[in-house]
Design a protein around this ligand. Structure first.
Ligand code: KG4
Ligand code: ZN
Length: 332
């Protein structure tokens, strides 16, 4: 079955083709316009999706060596995400499905991130624990079987990627913040200062909180002033990255230990971070667990992961109604 995957939940316009065995194409057009604003501007994002979505789909089909008539099913992100952005992808998916007389299915963006692991590792089989860390979400999920997910923990305030982006803004090193902070942190002193690791008494044992850490970085920068911040920018980046990573690794390993799960997967944009990958491997090795993460292009938002998730449901003859609307705050 040839499935076209469409992803437009935030600022990446993406279309991919999956044939049941491999990804034949995964075209991602990242909207650069937001860099001028230090974050995603929803109105600009949806306008860009409108401009880009059909050329991106065309390019994906060209790369796959296929024509529209070869498409046998369509998968599209219907939430969570920006309302206007989701609406563009969903409307195009519905229109194409109707015109081509093929089924279509709405996919939860976070489930897509989980399936990205399977795209890169066909032998991956549940049960496993996956840490989804992106710009909008930080969730710890127990995958009991494909399609059955138990949420063990989530962020009570900022997402991990959002914390990277906000700290990058404080340090004035550009957007998106993750890659910029990781680069600076490489040459920084991780012992320069100890930023707090949130302990949440009121929340669940695996819940996350990053807004206190961000405030702590802001307070530090304000207390030492502009010149000292410039001198210690690499050290601050390293200590911040260390604090985020420590919490992500601690929660994930504890969850794996307590649920007796031996496989750990990473997903979402923050999973690209090499410091996090190495820290997770290091901790997992000590408790005899295996860690896996997808290649960078599959960690960040892409249509391939949506096509892969959609294939699973479409093969089981599940499909969405044409009444389906975008759900910006879709739960998982
Ligand atoms: O999954 P994604 O592409 O989009 C969302 O669904 O949010 O994740 C984007 C997030 C951004 O916050 C970005 O700063 C972060 O992933 N990110 C990173 C790195 N590369 C991207 N965070 C830490 N280290 C990185 N190397
Ligand atoms: Zn995402």
């Amino acid at each position: 079955m040839i499935v076209l995957g469409i992803e437009t939940s935030c600022d990446d316009t993406s279309a991919a083709v999956f044939n049941g065995k491999s990804l034949l194409a995964n075209v991602i057009s990242t909207q650069l316009v937001h860099r001028n604003f230090g974050g995603v501007v929803p109105e600009l994002a949806s306008r860009s999706h409108i401009r880009l979505i059909l050329p991106v789909i065309r390019q994906a089909l060209d790369q796959a060596g296929l024509q529209r008539s070869h498409i046998e099913g369509i998968a599209v992100t219907y939430g969570p995400g920006l309302a206007g952005s989701l609406l563009v992808g969903l409307s195009v998916a519905k229109g194409l499905a109707q015109a081509l007389e093929v089924p279509y299915i709405g996919i939860n963006h976070l489930e897509g991130h989980i399936w990205a692991n399977r795209l890169d590792n066909e032998r991956l089989a549940p049960p496993f624990i996956v840490l989804i860390a992106s710009g909008g979400h930080t969730q710890l999920v127990l995958v009991e079987s494909w399609g059955e997910y138990q949420i063990l923990g989530r962020t009570v305030d900022d997402a991990a990627g959002e914390a990277f982006d906000k700290v990058a803004k404080i340090l004035d090193v550009g957007y998106p913040g993750g890659p910029a902070i990781e680069k600076l942190a490489k040459d920084g002193d991780p012992d320069y200062i100890r930023f707090p690791r949130a302990r949440l008494k009121a929340a669940g044992p695996y819940d996350f909180s990053f807004s206190g850490l961000k405030t702590s970085v802001l307070n530090h920068v304000q207390s030492i002033g502009r010149e000292q911040t410039r001198i210690h920018i690499r050290d601050i980046a390293a200590c911040f990255q260390e604090a985020v990573t420590a919490v992500l690794v601690d929660h994930t390993l504890r969850a794996a230990q307590e649920h007796q799960i031996s496989q750990i997967c990473l997903a979402g944009g923050v999973a690209v971070n090499k410091f996090l990958q190495q820290a997770m491997i290091h901790a997992a090795c000590r408790s005899n667990k295996h860690v896996f993460w997808p290649t960078a292009v599959l960690c960040t938002d892409n249509g391939g992961m949506i096509a892969r998730a959609g294939y699973f449901y479409l093969k089981k003859k599940q499909k969405s109604s044409f009444r389906l609307s975008p759900v910006p705050a879709l739960n998982f």
